[in-house]
Design a protein around this ligand. Sequence first.
Ligand SMILES: NC(=O)c1ccc[n+]([C@@H]2O[C@H](COP(=O)([O-])OP(=O)(O)OC[C@H]3O[C@@H](n4cnc5c(N)ncnc54)[C@H](O)[C@@H]3O)[C@@H](O)[C@H]2O)c1
Length: 417
Amino acid sequence: MFSKQTQSSTVSGRRNPVASFHGDGEKGGPQQSQIHDLGGVRQPTPVDFGAPPSFKTQHPFGDFKMTKDSLAPSRLAMVPFVSVDSMMKIVNTIGAARVISEIAEYVEADFLRWDQFDKTPRVASHSQEGVIELMPTSDGETYGFKYVNGHPANMARGFQTVTAFGVLARVDNGYPVLLSEMTILTALRTAATSAIAAKHLAPKDSRVMAMIGNGAQCEFQALAFQEVVGVETVRLYDVDPAATEKAVRNLQGSGLEVIACSSSQQAVDGAQIITTCTADKQCATILTDNMVGAGIHINAIGGDCPGKTELHRDILLRSQIFVEYPPQTRIEGEIQQLAKDHPVTELWQVIAGKSAGRASDNQITLFDSVGFATEDFSALRYVRDQLEGTGHYIELDMLADPDDPRDLFGMVSRAKG
Ligand SMILES: NC(=O)c1ccc[n+]([C@@H]2O[C@H](COP(=O)([O-])OP(=O)(O)OC[C@H]3O[C@@H](n4cnc5c(N)ncnc54)[C@H](O)[C@@H]3O)[C@@H](O)[C@H]2O)c1
């Protein structure tokens, strides 16, 4: 049932080891009694870093500072790592739709405390092929960042368009408390965020969604809208029919009515919500003005880089536009096509009841999504909270932790044996 494993080395001169606990079927981490059983090891002493954070940022099994003369990493050296395998197990244990709706709750909760977060546009390194980005934030107790790439040409070369991993760390001592894959988690959190936006902005009783672009994000989006918004029918279109076939296959048994369409125009017919999630490193026109009638909500997630957009500018001029963090979206989102001072509403303000959402049945609402660091922070926080219950993680020997904190060199030297 549980998949926890410990990856440790046999290096000397480090803090005393944690017990060897290859604990398939073992919930949580090493029992303290196991640690006590180690020869010559002092009883673990809790490290005092002051008041505990309000939610779990500490090591799931507590902090232990121990003595020297060991052959294996100490408790403090170990960082829980959620591999792709572990993430898949977490998702399949809990259920994909439930994970998305629970992440949506975390994302929403963090939007509600927007002022507490350090916010900065992500740091992007552009190349001809794509972009590599770092997305940091902190709420003062916990720091998080995601590494993510976006390479639209990757798919044709047999690679993912988007891959990612991320970290949570304690602000009070800087120690990482979680390292996680985030390729799957990004799809989950993007879908969760899209669904939150639609819950607040889409026409009431929206039941039909068009999905243009049926790649890696597609099914996650479909499930999110089913679970959080109540969508019953998805109308799929992709320039590559194989992508649509894949999505139809994957959504079988979801309870959604899934309709494969032969054009974007056909896909948007009768839809109250239009999701665009295509990947192309150019200003594309996935939707033209004539395709978008009154009273539609557009969830535009594929335009997320300078020079990479999906919507015709005229649609933007007819829409009430909602964004995550304006300084980032003005660089990366659909609104890069508009004047720098074009009015936009921040999504968190709608969620917090500080700004109006949809003003009328006829309005076109546009969520110009690019993905913001707090959403990744929320998703990592969610994963962190699932570790103890599911046991799906690996322990990585990630932090050098000499018995004397100043004797880093000595630790390396003694490791020679
Ligand atoms: N806003 C966010 O938070 C966020 C998060 C993740 C990904 N994204 C973006 O979402 C987009 C989709 O990501 P993905 O991982 O699903 O990519 P993907 O490469 O797996 O899928 C993209 C799909 O779009 C299709 N496509 C390309 N041009 C099209 C067109 N003109 N009409 C219809 N279909 C077209 C491709 O055939 C492909 O199947 C990417 O641009 C990515 O950068 C945004």
